[in-house]
Design a protein around this ligand. Structure first.
Ligand SMILES: Cc1ncc(COP(=O)(O)O)c(C=O)c1O
Length: 394
C-alpha cells in the first residue's frame, strides 16, 4: 500500500477482528483486567495507552513518515510536550511569527522554568545560524506563518540544525502531511493542532506529536504518560475519522481558495493578497519546491477607503471566527481578533494592519462564497462612503 489516499483510509489494521468492524471501536474503558498477577497485558490503564488513541497515533506517525505518534488533549498540550524534553539552562530558537499561544507558552511559562529562547526570522538563514549558542538545543518554527503566509524552507533550516547538532521541530498544522512531510525534509519532531485540518470539522480540540526516531519517541512518551494530557478515546475517534477525508477536503479547499483569490484580484477594493500560491514571491518559490500544494488559508488587505470592520460584519455565509482548516469557511480580522493582545506598534511592525482579513476556505460552492465576498465588499464601500460624506459635511 503506497498511495497517500489509500493510507488515509486503510493505513492501520483494526484491532478488533472478532466483530469485523471496519472502524476501530471507541474503547472508553479506563482500565484493563490482568488475566492473573503474573500475566502480561498489552493495555493496563488508558492514560498510558488506549487502543482507539493508539490507532490515531499510528495513523499520524505513518502519514508523517515518523516512528512514533502521540495524541494530546490540544495542540498546546502537544507543543508543551515537545518543549518538555528540554531542561533548565537549555536555549531554543523560535520563529518570530509562530502562533501566539505557542509564544505565550514559551515566553510566560517555559522561560520562568529555566528555558531561554531567541526569536528569529526563519526566512533569514544567516540570522538563524548567528543566533545559535553553545546551549541551543532546537529550532522551532511554522513553515507557513499565520496570518501573512510567509514560507520557510524546512530543508534549509534542518541543514543548519544538523550542522550544529540541534533538533528541528516543525508545527505542520497549516500544511498537514498531505501537503508537506517535514520529517522527510530533515525535521526531527512534528507537532499539530489537530483541531484544524486533521479534525477538519470544528468539533474537536486535539494535538499530535510525531518523532523521527524511537529515541525521541521514548522521551515524548515519558512526558505524555507522566504529565497525562492525553486525548480522550472519543476525540481520538473524531480525529481518526477526520484524517480519512483529509485529502478530499484539502483538494476542495485549495481549489476554492484559488477561485476566491481570482475574484479578489479583480477587485479594486483589494490592495494585496497573501498566498504562497501566488507566483512571483520568495514564499511561492519555497512552497513550490517543498510542498504539494499551497493550503486553504489566505489573507488580503482591503484598500484604505474600504471599511474592514463593516466588511467582516457583513459576511453572511463566511462566519466571523478564529480557528481554521474546517469544512466551513471562516473569516477573521487579525488586528482585532487573533493578534489583538500584541501592542499596536508590534502588530503594525509584523504587517498586521487594521485592513488585513484572513480567510480559512471551506468546502462550500465557490460561487456562493464569492457572492458573499461581493456583497460584503459592496456594504463595506457603502459604509465608508457614508463616513466620508459625514466628515465632509461636518
Ligand atoms: C499553528 C498553530 N499551532 C498550534 C495551535 C494550538 O492548537 P490548539 O488550539 O489545538 O491547542 C494553533 C491554534 O490555533 C495553531 O494555529
Amino acid at each position: 500500500m503506497t498511495g497517500f489516499n489509500t493510507k488515509l483510509i486503510h493505513g492501520q489494521n483494526i484491532n478488533d477482528n472478532q466483530t469485523g468492524a471496519v472502524n476501530v471501536p471507541v474503547y472508553t474503558s479506563s482500565t484493563y483486567a490482568y488475566p492473573d498477577i503474573n500475566g502480561k497485558v498489552r493495555w493496563d490503564y488508558s492514560r498510558s495507552g488506549n487502543p482507539t488513541r493508539e490507532y490515531l497515533e499510528k495513523q499520524i506517525a505513518q502519514l508523517e513518515h515518523g516512528t512514533n505518534g502521540f495524541a494530546f488533549a490540544s495542540g498546546m498540550a502537544a507543543i508543551h510536550a515537545a518543549f518538555s524534553i528540554f531542561k533548565d539552562g537549555d536555549h531554543v530558537l523560535i520563529g518570530d511569527q509562530i502562533y501566539g499561544g505557542t509564544y505565550r507558552l514559551i515566553n510566560d511559562y517555559f522561560q520562568s522554568r529555566g528555558l531561554t529562547f531567541t526569536s528569529v526570522n526563519t526566512q533569514n538563514l544567516e540570522e538563524v545560524e548567528a543566533a545559535i549558542q553553545p546551549n541551543t538545543k532546537a529550532i522551532y518554527f511554522e513553515p507557513v506563518t499565520n496570518p501573512l503566509l510567509h514560507v520557510t524552507s524546512v530543508r534549509a533550516i534542518a541543514e543548519i540544525a544538523k550542522k550544529h547538532d540541534i533538533l528541528t521541530i516543525v508545527d505542520n498544522t497549516f500544511l498537514t502531511p498531505y501537503l508537506q512531510q517535514p520529517l522527510d525534509l530533515g525535521a526531527d519532531i512534528v507537532v499539530h493542532s489537530a483541531t484544524k485540518y486533521l479534525g477538519g470539522h470544528s468539533d474537536v480540540i486535539a494535538g499530535l506529536v510525531v518523532t523521527k526516531n524511537e529515541e525521541l519517541g521514548k522521551q515524548i512518551y515519558f512526558i505524555q504518560n507522566a504529565l497525562g494530557g492525553v486525548l480522550s478515546p472519543e476525540n481520538a475517534n473524531l480525529v481518526r475519522r477526520g484524517i480519512q477525508t483529509l485529502s478530499v477536503r484539502m483538494d476542495r479547499q485549495q481549489e476554492n481558495a484559488c477561485k476566491l483569490i481570482d475574484f479578489l484580484n479583480s477587485r479594486e477594493e483589494v490592495a494585496t493578497i497573501h498566498y504562497p500560491g501566488v507566483e512571483g514571491s520568495h514564499d511561492h518559490e519555497v512552497a513550490a519546491e517543498e510542498c504539494d500544494g499551497f493550503g486553504g488559508v489566505f489573507s488580503f488587505e482591503l484598500a484604505d477607503d474600504v471599511d474592514a470592520t463593516e466588511f467582516v460584519n457583513s459576511l453572511q455565509l463566511i462566519r466571523l471566527a478564529v480557528s481554521l482548516g474546517a469544512v466551513e469557511s471562516l473569516a477573521e480580522l487579525p488586528y482585532e481578533m487573533s493578534h489583538a493582545e500584541l501592542p499596536v506598534a508590534e502588530r503594525l511592525a509584523a504587517g498586521i494592519t487594521p485592513q488585513l482579513i484572513r480567510i480559512s476556505v471551506g468546502i462550500e460552492d465557490a460561487e456562493d462564497l464569492i457572492g458573499d465576498l461581493k456583497q460584503a465588499l459592496a456594504s463595506a464601500t457603502r459604509r465608508q462612503n457614508i463616513h466620508v460624506l459625514k466628515r465632509s459635511l461636518a
